[in-house]
Design a protein around this ligand. Structure first.
Ligand SMILES: Cc1cc2nc3c(=O)[nH]c(=O)nc-3n(C[C@H](O)[C@H](O)[C@H](O)COP(=O)(O)OP(=O)(O)OC[C@H]3O[C@@H](n4cnc5c(N)ncnc54)[C@H](O)[C@@H]3O)c2cc1C
Ligand SMILES: NC(=O)c1ccc[n+]([C@@H]2O[C@H](COP(=O)([O-])OP(=O)(O)OC[C@H]3O[C@@H](n4cnc5c(N)ncnc54)[C@H](OP(=O)(O)O)[C@@H]3O)[C@@H](O)[C@H]2O)c1
Length: 572
C-alpha cells in the first residue's frame, strides 16, 4: 500500500528481521536464566520476563515529564502503540511529519499482542496476511503465529521505522478535550499535558477486559484474573480452576492448562461453532524461500487475502451451509459422547458469533479432570462457585475468558468535544463514525478501528492500513490547504451510517439468532464492516474534503512543523 519502504523519510536500521533466528535486541541485558526451563509454567514466567519486564528495561527512556508542569505542543498525538498506533506513526514519518507523540499506557508496544500472553495465544488469520503489507516477515515459524512472535514482530517494526523515540510509555490518557479557541486538543496524562493539533485514538477495540459483575465475586479468597492479564506467577499445577467463557481466548488456553490443573470447571454460557484448525509449522526451507524470494510471500499473502474475501459472501447472505457442515462434522468426529455433544452444539447459525478454530479444545473437554457446566453462575463464595441449579463447586482460582469492553470502551468517556460532552455521551451506547474514523462534533479527531470496522472473516490489519491511508490523506490536506480544523459533516456521517446499517440487515451477524459482542446495548451492530474489505479500501483510498467542514487556521503553526516557541520534542 505504501510502496517501497526504502523510500520512507525515516532511515531504516540495516538488516534485522523479526525472526526467531536473530538474537533478541535486548539479549545483552537479559538476566533471566539461560538453562532449559523445567516446566511449562517456568517457561511462561520466563516468557513474561522477556516480553514485559526485561523489554521495558531496555526501551529508551521516555522524555522526562515536564517538571515545570508546562503543556507540550505537538502536531499529532497518537494514543496507543499496537498495530494501529505504530502503523499510523510509521505513516507520519513517511510523510516527513516528526512532530508527534505516541502515548501508551503500558510499558511496551504491541497492544493486543503485548497484553494477551495466555498459554496458547495465537492469531486465527494466517500470519502472511496478519502483518503489515509493507513489512512482510519471512521468518514466521507457523502459518498461524503464536503471540510471542507477533509481539516480537511489532517491536521490530517500532525499532526499524524509528517510532520508539516518539513513544512515551506509562502515559495513560486520562482526558482529552477539544479547545475550539486554540483549535487544539488538550490531552492529560498523569505525568504530562499535551496540546495537539490532531488527536488519533488508536486504543484498540479489544483492549479493556470485561469481567462480569457476579454476586459475591469480591468475597472470593482465591486467585482471580482475566485471560488478557494472565498471572504467570500463579502456579496452576494441582489447583481446582474455574474458567468462565468459551470464546476465542478460552478455547486457546483451556487445552494448555487442562494437563496442569487438578480439576477444571468450564462455565459455558453459549457454545461456539468450532472448525478444524489448519495451522502447521513452516519449514526452514519455506522460510529460506520467502527470505530469498519476497515476491513469493507477497503472492501467498495475496492468495490468502482473496481466498478469505470470498468467505464474506456467506456471512452477508446468511447462507452458511458449507461452514455448518464442516463445524458439525468436526463436533461429531471429536466428541463421541452424545450428552457432551448436545451441550457443545450451538443453536444459532454459524458465523453469528466469531467462528473459532481449534483441534484441541474438544479433546481437552473429555479429559477426566474437566467438567463442562452449562447452568449459569448464581454467585461466588469465598472458596466456591454456585451455579444456578444450586450446586456448589470449590475452586482455588477463577480465570475469566469473558472478552472485552468493545462498544462501551472506556476511552470514549475520556474524550470530550468543545461543549464538554464525551464521545460516550454523544454515542448513547451506539458508536457511530464516518469510515469508522471521523466523528461529527469532534474536530481534528480520528479513531482507528472505530465503529463498524470489525471483521468476521479476515485480517484487521487490512482495515487498519486502509484507515491509515485515509487519515494520512486528511492530514496532508490540512497541511496543504493551511487548515486549522476539519470536522466531518453530520449529514455525511448520518448517511454513511444509514447505509452501513441497511447493509447489515439480513447478515448472519444481525439475523443468525445469537447475542454477540458485535451488537451494542441498544441491539445495533456498531462493530462490523458489512462487506468486502477491498470495498472499504476503495472508500478510504482518498480523503474527500467535501465531506468535511473546513476551517482556516487561526494561529501560525503548521501541522507537523515546529513553531520553536513552546514545542518540545517528545524524543528530546
Ligand atoms: C487475543 C486476541 C487475538 C486476536 N487475534 C486476531 C487475529 O488473529 N486476526 C485479527 O485480524 N485480529 C485479531 N485480534 C484483534 C486485534 O485486537 C487487532 O487485530 C489489532 O491487534 C488491534 O490493534 P490496535 O492497535 O488497533 O489495538 P490494540 O492492539 O488493542 O492496541 C491499543 C493500545 O492502546 C493502548 N491504550 C488504550 N487506552 C489507552 C489510554 N487511555 N492511554 C494510553 N494508551 C492506551 C493500549 O495499552 C494498547 O497498547 C485479536 C484480538 C485479541 C484480543
Ligand atoms: N486469534 C484468535 O484466535 C483470538 C483469540 C482470542 C481473542 N480473539 C479476538 O478477541 C475477541 C474476544 O475473544 P474472547 O474469547 O476474549 O471474548 P469473547 O469472544 O467475547 O468470549 C467471551 C466468552 O465469555 C462468555 N461470558 C461473558 N460474560 C459471561 C458471564 N457473565 N457468564 C458466563 N459467561 C460469560 C461469553 O459467553 P456468551 O457467548 O454467552 O456471551 C463468551 O463465551 C474474539 O472474538 C476475537 O475477535 C481472537
Amino acid at each position: 500500500m505504501w510502496g517501497d519502504p526504502a523510500s520512507f523519510s525515516s532511515p531504516m536500521r540495516a538488516g534485522g528481521e523479526p525472526g526467531e533466528d536473530l538474537p533478541p535486541p535486548w539479549g545483552a541485558r537479559l538476566s533471566a536464566p539461560t538453562e532449559p526451563c523445567a516446566s511449562f509454567l517456568r517457561r511462561q514466567s520466563l516468557h513474561r520476563l522477556m516480553y514485559h519486564d526485561t523489554v521495558l528495561e531496555t526501551l529508551p527512556p521516555a522524555a522526562a515529564p515536564d517538571a515545570a508542569g508546562r503543556t507540550r505542543d505537538v502536531g499529532v498525538c497518537i494514543v496507543g502503540s499496537g498495530f494501529s498506533g505504530l502503523g499510523m506513526a510509521i505513516s507520519l514519518l513517511r510523510d516527513g511529519v516528526d512532530d508527534f507523540v505516541v502515548l501508551e499506557r503500558a510499558g511496551d508496544v504491541g497492544g493486543t499482542w503485548r497484553d494477551n500472553t495466555y498459554p496458547g495465544c495465537a492469531c486465527d488469520v494466517p500470519s502472511h496476511l496478519y502483518s503489515f503489507s509493507f513489512e512482510p516477515n519471512p521468518t514466521w515459524t507457523r502459518t498461524f503465529s503464536p503471540q510471542p512472535e507477533i509481539q516480537r514482530y511489532l517491536r521490530h517494526c517500532a525499532e526499524k521505522y524509528r517510532v520508539l523515540p516518539h513513544i512515551r510509555f506509562h502515559s495513560e490518557v486520562r482526558s482529552a478535550r477539544w479547545d475550539g479557541a486554540a483549535q487544539r486538543w488538550m490531552v492529560e496524562t498523569p505525568g504530562a499535558r499535551f496540546s495537539a493539533r490532531v488527536l488519533i485514538a488508536a486504543t484498540g477495540a479489544l483492549s479493556d477486559p470485561s469481567i462480569p459483575d457476579i454476586p459475591g465475586l469480591q468475597s472470593f479468597q482465591g486467585k482471580v484474573f482475566h485471560s488478557a492479564r494472565w498471572d504467570h506467577d500463579y502456579d496452576l499445577r494441582g489447583k481446582r480452576v474455574a474458567v468462565v467463557g468459551t470464546g476465542a481466548s478460552a478455547i486457546q488456553f483451556v487445552p494448555r492448562i487442562q494437563p496442569l490443573v487438578a480439576q477444571l470447571t468450564l462455565f459455558q454460557r453459549t457454545p461456539a461453532w468450532i472448525m478444524p484448525h489448519p495451522d502447521r509449522a513452516l519449514t526452514a526451507w519455506e522460510r529460506r524461500v520467502y527470505r530469498t524470494l519476497p515476491a513469493l510471500q507477497l503472492a501467498m499473502r495475496a492468495g490468502i487475502y482473496w481466498g478469505r474475501e470470498t468467505f464474506v459472501i456467506g456471512f452477508l447472505r446468511n447462507r452458511m451451509t458449507l461452514a455448518t457442515r464442516i463445524a458439525r462434522r468436526h463436533l461429531r468426529a471429536q466428541v463421541p459422547d452424545p450428552e457432551l455433544r448436545r451441550k457443545l452444539r450451538p443453536d444459532y447459525t454459524v458465523g453469528c458469533k466469531r467462528i473459532l478454530i481449534s483441534d484441541d479444545f474438544y479433546p481437552a473437554l473429555q479429559r477426566p479432570n474437566v467438567e463442562v457446566v452449562t447452568d449459569g453462575i448464581r454467585e461466588v463464595r469465598p472458596n466456591a462457585i454456585v451455579s444456578s441449579d444450586g450446586a456448589e463447586r470449590e475452586v482455588d482460582a477463577i480465570i475469566f475468558g469473558t472478552g472485552f469492553q468493545v462498544t462501551d470502551m472506556p476511552v470514549a468517556s475520556r474524550i470530550r468535544r468543545g461543549d464538554g460532552a464525551t464521545l460516550a455521551e454523544t454515542w448513547q451506547g451506539s458508536p457511530q463514525a464516518y469510515m469508522g474514523t471521523a466523528v461529527s462534533g469532534f474536530p481534528n479527531f480520528f479513531l482507528m478501528l472505530g465503529p463498524n470496522t470489525g471483521l468476521g472473516h479476515t485480517s484487521q490489519v487490512f482495515m487498519i492500513e486502509s484507515q491509515i491511508t485515509y487519515v494520512s490523506g486528511a492530514l496532508r490536506h490540512m497541511r496543504s490547504a493551511g487548515l486549522g480544523e476539519i470536522e466531518v459533516r453530520p449529514q455525511v456521517q448520518a448517511a454513511y451510517n444509514a447505509e452501513v446499517q441497511q447493509r447489515l440487515q439480513g447478515t448472519v451477524w444481525n439475523s443468525g439468532g445469537c447475542r454477540s459482542w458485535y451488537l451494542d446495548r441498544n441491539g445495533r451492530n456498531s462493530t462490523l464492516w458489512p462487506g468486502f474489505t477491498w470495498a472499504f479500501r476503495q472508500r478510504t483510498r482518498h480523503f474527500r474534503a467535501g465531506d468535511y467542514l473546513l476551517r482556516p487556521r487561526r494561529s501560525t503553526d503548521l501541522l507537523g512543523q515546529r513553531t520553536g516557541t513552546s514545542a518540545a520534542s517528545p524524543a528530546s
